[in-house]
Design a protein around this ligand. Sequence first.
Ligand SMILES: Cc1ncc(COP(=O)(O)O)c(C=O)c1O
Length: 360
Amino acid sequence: MAYKISVQKIEKSHIGEVDFKNLPFGKNFADHIFIADYSDGEWRDCRIVPFGDFTLHPATSALHYGQALFEGMKAERDAEGNPIIFRPEKNIKRLNVSAERMAMPTFPEDLFFEALDKLLTLDHDWVPKEPNSSLYIRPYMFATEKYVGIKVAENYRFAIFSSPVGAYYSQPVKVYVHDQYVRAFPGGVGYAKAAGNYGACMLPMRDVRKLGYDQNLWLDGIQHKYLQEIGTMNVFAIIDGVIITPSLDAGTILDGVTRDSIIRIAQDEGYVVQERDISIDEILHAHSKGTLEDMFGTGTAATIAPIRTFYYKGKDYELPPVEGREISNKLKERYFAIHSGKAEDVFGWIHTVPVNVLQN
Ligand SMILES: Cc1ncc(COP(=O)(O)O)c(C=O)c1O
């Protein structure tokens, strides 16, 4: 179905003010934003307008009761310079999984793609040409009902904006395995990309940053024993050549797009991949035997981030030098090559932004 998306172009682009050779994460914003509002059971007033502030009523319910969620994905340029987006269908499906869990309306997939293509066509100059840079795309939704009282809201806003970004981490990361705070537990919202999950992690994140670590590596919420995920990344370990990552079964971790891509690339390369429970004791045991070859995080923003150190109960554990991590370096190389359109898209993961969508 073709939706009516009105377009109001910015009078003068501010792209000239941005230093594309030195892009901090998440601080520059492209010229336009897509917005749709939900009322009486339907998404309405779909529009692309110049990027700018929202006006919110003080009783906007998302601000009080937290019905808010988001997504994150990236666009790069293929060899011909066309903007390409990596696996956006996974993001809209996950957004709708999060929406269901938060009792929010789902967003139609076909409207999402129409909006995305129109927005990226308009803002295609914002997709960086520089290496190790990309256009981070942020779809999100929040309850806009003006109401004080706890109930499922009847009004929502969905929006997509984008931000040209460089690397998220410039160095291998140090993670802190928490045995006090937890992020999620079975029956909770761990699998949803709900804003509150991130708000709840701010205090432990601030604490570990003060201690010199980049992120928390969460353990499960019941036994404080099994690895879950890291800040905004899924976690992998390689023990004796076997690639292991926590399974999604408990519904406590995010079904990461990068996680899935790494699993599929690894299987395609012939590696053994296990999605299963992995305890901190198993990690410590492998470390002591010298069979813990690698640990790394995966996420759209951070891509594949090698872990150089993990802290657990009063002690830092060092991991092997990154240069020697043959398996993850190989997976990373192939992931980047597919993501940037340089390698053949054998998995069908690349969405090319059609250039003519504004004429339709
Ligand atoms: C909590 C959490 N886990 C894992 C991930 C990685 O997911 P993806 O690879 O889809 O970016 C993210 C980032 O979106 C996240 O916020």
